[in-house]
Design a protein around this ligand. Structure first.
Ligand code: ATP
Ligand code: MG
Length: 563
């Protein structure tokens, strides 16, 4: 389904209402939004919320959304990140058309705007150190102190700013500051820094610049230059709005985008901060940005999440003004809902126990007809080979089974889904007393799983024919953190809450043979085990490795739940 169809019928959130009003009143003929990532890491699920909002609003209004890289921090940014971000936005189903921009493309213009501010007497070069600037800033209850450099002449400011630009002043010796109000109740307006000297190469402009503009100066002007109408950002920028407006008002720019803040996405049992995700990657706590346990877009993609499920998740959580926490289960439900509708069912035995059907012919293979989706007949049927030796889940047998255990135990009968009724006659143990094999008999009259005499057999289990099985690796995932709010403990690092069992690798799973031909786009329900897909990194030709995307919760699973 396209992003367009999904969003068209939703009730309007407060941002969409503002936009609708601005269009209705004629304030804007068309709207322009932007998604402005800094290319200093991979995108995460929080960014997906912002992407779905900015691009979603554009799609709904037949308008454009720009992708703009906010690349003003050369030390931390790279082309690798630029590429991954484009890949992720596209994968999510959105398109910026020809509107790909970089703040670094505006460095010349931004510099000229800074010179304008100096000429207006609204910016000055300040030689206080970083620490001194902080000390002068004051607190919420006390006004700040003016810098001794605040009232130098426009000519002097222009001359020193030119020296800064020309590389004649060493890094850290001075900055350009806006001249606003050191007593403002909004601390951000207490003469914020606009430019600093950095002798660092930029991934796009190389060594052309040794001064780089700050976020607050860059962002509003980039929005203005691109004629953005609504600049949507997260709540932590609420106080920055006054500076956003001050810069544009003071420069009397031809247009003035409106900044609107919304609550960022917080999900429990995870961290959504690029800085922290980067630590997990560089310190080797995960295998990379695309580790299937990471809530990065690339991690979710590798895990098997569909773009539609992530868009649907973002639509479910909505856009609001108040900070809140979303339960990880909401995200899991989004992919579960999608796959429950769309994923074909197959058989995969994760913890195999061999069963020999003693009265089944030695060399016979039957092709059993299995439905691909019990509720959606259009998904068709497939055949699954059946033979004298099969594997079942070890947990489907119990030696001392309670009465309500409706699966196998010596003397009990169970249905092999789409095959036969079998009765366990004998268990075989190894030296340690572990059950390693079952001897069962099958009822030849029960093909398809129905007893000829109408006797009731309650339990139904899945199976895979042993000689035909695809023996391979399956990876199960749990939450990456054991604490609900891993980065909220002031005294402990979020890394102390890493879940030591978040990855389980099962080496000898037995899957129905058709799964050998799985492609990267395929997703399956392994009946009773959850939803699975190919792991694009671990798989090799002829040796597919599967990821569990999410566990299962449907009636068929419940029917057979352990007692
Ligand atoms: P992080 O905090 O992970 O470093 P960031 O805000 O520094 O993220 P940017 O690249 O600046 O990362 O973000 C691009 C856009 O995505 C911004 O408009 C930002 O507001 C938005 N965004 C980032 N995190 C979230 C989130 N958790 N929920 C909603 N929007 C977010
Ligand atoms: Mg940011």
């Amino acid at each position: 389904m396209t992003a367009e169809k999904e969003t068209a019928t939703k009730p309007l959130d407060f941002i969409r209402q503002i936009i609708a009003e601005d269009l209705a009143s004629g304030k804007h003929q068309t709207i322009v939004t932007r998604f402005p990532p800094e290319p200093n890491g991979f995108l995460h699920i929080g960014h997906a919320k912002s992407i779905c909002l900015n691009f979603g609003v554009a799609v709904e209004n037949n308008a454009t959304c720009h992708l703009r890289f906010d690349d003003t921090n050369p030390g931390k940014e790279s082309t690798e990140y630029v590429e991954s971000i484009q890949r992720d936005v596209r994968w999510l189903g959105f398109d910026w058309g020809s509107h790909l921009y970089y703040a670094s493309d505006y460095f010349d213009q931004l510099h000229d705007f800074a010179v304008d501010l100096i000429n207006k007497g609204k910016a000055y070069v300040c030689h206080l150190s970083g620490g001194e600037i902080r000390e002068h800033r004051g607190t919420l209850t006390e006004p700040g102190k003016e810098s001794p450099y605040r009232n130098r002449s426009i000519e002097e400011n222009l001359a020193i700013f030119a020296q800064m630009k020309n590389g004649e002043i060493e890094e850290g010796a001075c900055v350009l500051r806006a001249k606003i109000d050191m007593a403002s109740p909004n601390i951000i307006l207490r003469d914020p820094v606009l430019y600093r000297i950095m002798n660092t190469s930029h991934h796009r402009t190389g060594d052309q610049w040794c001064i780089y503009p700050m976020y607050d100066f860059t962002h509003c002007l980039s929005d203005m230059l691109e004629k953005i109408t609504h600049s949507l950002c997260t709540l932590e920028f609420e106080n920055n709005r006054a500076l956003y407006d001050w810069v544009l008002d003071t420069l009397a720019t031809p247009n003035h985008p409106r900044q609107i803040e919304f609550a960022r996405l917080n999900i429990n049992y995870t961290v959504t901060s690029k800085r922290k995700l980067l630590q997990l990657v560089t310190e080797g706590h995960v295998s990379g940005w695309d580790d299937p346990r990471m809530l990065t877009i690339s991690g979710l993609r590798r895990r098997g999440y569909t773009p539609a499920s992530i868009r649907s998740f973002c639509a479910t959580i909505g856009i609001g003004k108040r900070e809140s926490w979303i339960d990880m289960g909401v995200l899991e439900n989004a992919i579960r809902d999608d796959l429950n509708q769309n994923a074909p069912r197959v058989f995969g035995v994760l913890d195999p126990l061999k069963v020999v059907l003693t009265n089944y012919p030695e060399n016979l293979t039957e092709e059993m007809v299995a439905q691909n989706h019990p509720q959606i007949p259009e998904l068709g049927e497939r055949t699954v080979p059946f033979s004298r030796e099969i594997y079942i889940e070890a947990s489907d047998f119990m030696e001392d089974a309670p009465k309500k255990f409706f699966r196998l135990s010596v003397g009990r009968e169970v249905r092999l889904r789409y095959a036969y009724l079998i009765t366990c006659q004998e268990m075989i143990k190894d030296d340690q007393g572990k059950v390693v094999e079952l001897r069962c008999t099958y009822d030849p009259e029960s093909k398809g799983g129905t007893a000829p005499d109408g006797r009731k057999v309650k339990g139904t289990i899945h199976w895979v024919s042993a000689p035909h099985a695809l023996r391979t690796e399956v990876r199960l995932y749990d939450r990456l953190f054991t604490a609900e709010y891993p980065d909220m403990d002031k005294d402990r690092s979020f890394k102390e809450f890493l879940n030591p069992t978040s990855l389980t690798i099962l080496q000898d799973c037995m899957l129905e043979p058709g799964l050998l031909n799985t492609t990267n786009e395929d997703r399956f329900q392994f009946e009773r085990q959850g939803y699975f897909c190919l792991d694009t990194v671990e798989s090799a030709p002829g040796r597919p490795v599967f990821n569990r995307i999410v566990t299962l919760r449907d009636s068929w699973a419940k029917l057979n739940e352990p007692v």
